[in-house]
Design a protein around this ligand. Structure first.
Ligand code: PHE
Length: 344
């Protein structure tokens, strides 16, 4: 075969088909050597150009160049194609689809939101908001509230004691009622205050009980305050928080610091009092305690029970959103699971 025949034998179609049939980059690189490498047919043609007649030289030269360029380009694009396919099959090495550590706007915890909502209701009724310490002394948590030492009602409170000072004299407050005492000790009547805060009870956790929870206490002391004022206030609060149509009730109960004492409940907002799973088929949901401030308590804080009277109430804050949104169990509030918190 002379050089002219060789040039004619550079069949581009055959070469391109071979390139298209390669399966991996090694195939492509092997084919590159074979088609346009030092020992390839086109390399031999190129070497032979100098021996050709002058008029044939540019024609064969152009054919060699055209073949080499076309084959080289086709090999390059086939190689990239194979690499892209391999990458796509493997999937991205780093998954950026989760996003980065951007800043997310937080919001108040559902308990804080509820506490503020309850405060707003009572502030609108003319109440002030007061706070007190969570680590309390026996006087404020018990004794001033008419729980004398050894009184059986103390056992109802499942107290956590703090090892400080005399034994059993410092406690984690078991209710917000000690803040009533602190307010009355520092402020003359008339008093219209609410006292929200965290309280502690040493009781076994259950779907409805947690050893840490929140209460909101209310206290009204003035001349001529009656049980009717208490009932009216509880109904005003019930309507403001739960909406029209939810009724409140007061049933006889016992607390050492109120006389008479009552249990405060609302008609079940889910079944309108007809009975359902939420209210254990009773039609009512108990929210807390209430009553007329016991005269002994007024005496303990230096207020004359002949001149002044008042009512007090206290209930759990968690109970409110548990009822309103069906949150269960109570520990959901304290698990700090962002997926729960984000919903409110
Ligand atoms: N402190 C009481 C409790 O935690 C509730 C209560 C408050 C009852 C005010 C009457 C008056 O059980």
């Amino acid at each position: 075969m002379d050089d002219a025949d060789l040039a004619a034998s550079l069949d581009l179609d055959v070469a391109l088909r071979a390139i298209g049939a390669t399966a991996d980059v090694d195939d492509v690189d092997g084919l590159r050597r074979e088609l346009i490498g030092k020992k390839s047919r086109v390399a031999a043609v190129k070497v032979g150009i100098k021996n050709l007649p002058n008029d044939a030289k540019p024609v064969v030269g152009a054919a060699v160049k055209e073949f080499t360029t076309a084959v080289s380009d086709a090999l390059d694009s086939r190689r990239s194609e194979i690499e892209r396919e391999a990458l796509a099959k493997r999937g991205p090495a780093v998954d950026f689809t989760l996003g980065t550590h951007g800043r997310r706007r937080g919001h108040l915890h559902l308990i804080t939101q509820t506490q503020r909502e309850l405060e707003d209701v009572f502030v609108a009724l003319g109440y002030q908001v007061a706070e007190g310490p969570e680590v309390e002394d026996d006087w404020h948590n018990f004794e001033a509230l008419n729980f004398p030492p050894g009184h059986p009602a103390r056992a109802m409170q499942d107290t956590f004691y703090v090892q400080l000072g005399e034994p059993e004299q410092v406690v984690l407050r078991t209710h917000t009622s000690p803040v009533q005492i602190r307010v009355m000790e520092t402020q003359p009547p008339p008093i219209f205050s609410i006292m929200p805060g965290r309280v502690y009870r040493n009781e076994a956790p259950s779907p409805r009980n947690s050893s840490v929870f929140h209460q909101i206490e209310g206290l009204a002391i003035d001349r001529g305050i009656t049980f009717g004022d208490l009932a009216g206030t509880m109904q005003a609060f019930t309507t403001a928080y739960f909406g029209e149509g939810v009724r409140s009730r007061l049933l006889p109960s016992y607390f050492p610091f109120t006389e008479p004492s009552a249990e405060y409940g609302v008609s079940c907002p889910f079944c309108d009092g007809g009975g359902c799973r939420v209210c254990s088929h009773t039609g009512w949901i108990e929210l807390g305690g209430a009553g007329m401030v016991d005269p002994n308590v007024l005496v303990n804080v230096g207020i004359d029970p002949e001149e002044f009277s008042g009512f007090a109430f206290g209930f759990g804050i968690e109970r409110m959103p548990m009822i309103k949104y069906g949150v269960q169990p109570i520990k959901t509030f304290f698990d700090d699971d962002i997926r729960f918190l984000e919903q409110y």
